[in-house]
Ligand binder design. Sequence first.
Ligand code: NDP
Ligand code: OXD
Length: 316
Amino acid sequence: MSILILTRVSAENAAMWRDLLAAALPEETLLPVVPGGLPEDVDLSEVDVAIVANPPPGLLTACGNLKLIQSLWAGVDALLTDDTLPAGPVLARLVDPALAAAMAEAVATWTLWLHRQGPDYQASEIAHEWRQRFQPTAAERKVGLLGLGAMGRASAGLLKQIGFDVAGWSRTAVKIPGIRTFSGPDGLDAMLAETEILVNLLPLTEETRGILGAPLFSKLPAGARVVNFGRGDHLVPADLLVALERGQLSHAVLDVFSKEPLRPECPYWDNPQITVLPHVAAATDPRTAAREVAENIRRFRRGEPLVGIVERKRGY
Ligand code: NDP
Ligand code: OXD
């Protein structure tokens, strides 16, 4: 059997992935990578594993004996909106401790920046204004995380280490030492009521689409800050702009957008209450991701439970 790598990255990038995966899976046959397309003159009925990153819709249907689709992305929302995605194969998302550590670093960075009143001092600097503000301690700052999966747990741990008062929300109830945990709709309201900095690390599903909208913002204390590191469609843009204008929110850090790259004429760029990042909270590191993916494929070959299996109906 053989492995197909299907991606839309540049030829150079695709070759790098193939080399890393080939080195991590010396026992496997990896087909040549054609960015945005399928290799020619190969027997696709021999392909039982596809490693995918943003694959062009429809192409996987050419592999009639596919058993495993392994994503190189942590979030599989885009894959699941592809109606042509073969229904039979197991779908696994990327779970890479190095990716979670990178996300935790980003969450800590921007939470600290908001906690230390970065937007206010930036405004003072622009106005040439020497103004010292009262600074609460990290222990006095309540940070709430939406999502306590691979990204959420790593982030909660680092925020706790820094000294923040950390809470987190998930679908199912969990206990994490040192973190106040909430679940379900009532749990969300309880967490929001006391959250000064809210960080979204949810997957995009039918249940979570548009969660960062007016109803949620209205449950946060006035002047709260929001960080969106999940997906662009978690956010309702018009509701964000109104909440910022009314002071319900004081600042938003946005890393993900419904359409990426963010268009140059988007009003976010010039809004001093919004910080725009170009989807960099946690970038997949091919060196570590190739190892994790290879290990999952070895598990698959041995018939062992896989890491990161996606429940398609649930959407993550
Ligand atoms: P996981 O699947 O490990 O965790 C998802 C978490 O969200 C779980 O705690 C889950 O709850 C919770 N959740 C899902 N649906 C709901 C719901 N309806 N109500 C409450 N909680 C819910 O995902 P990861 O942590 O690996 O990744 C999360 C997302 O982060 C990705 O899907 C992707 O969109 C984004 N991401 C962004 C990156 C960036 O650079 N900006 C980089 C990598 C990821 P439960 O535990 O009960 O299942
Ligand atoms: C991912 C991402 O899901 O980079 O891996 O957003």
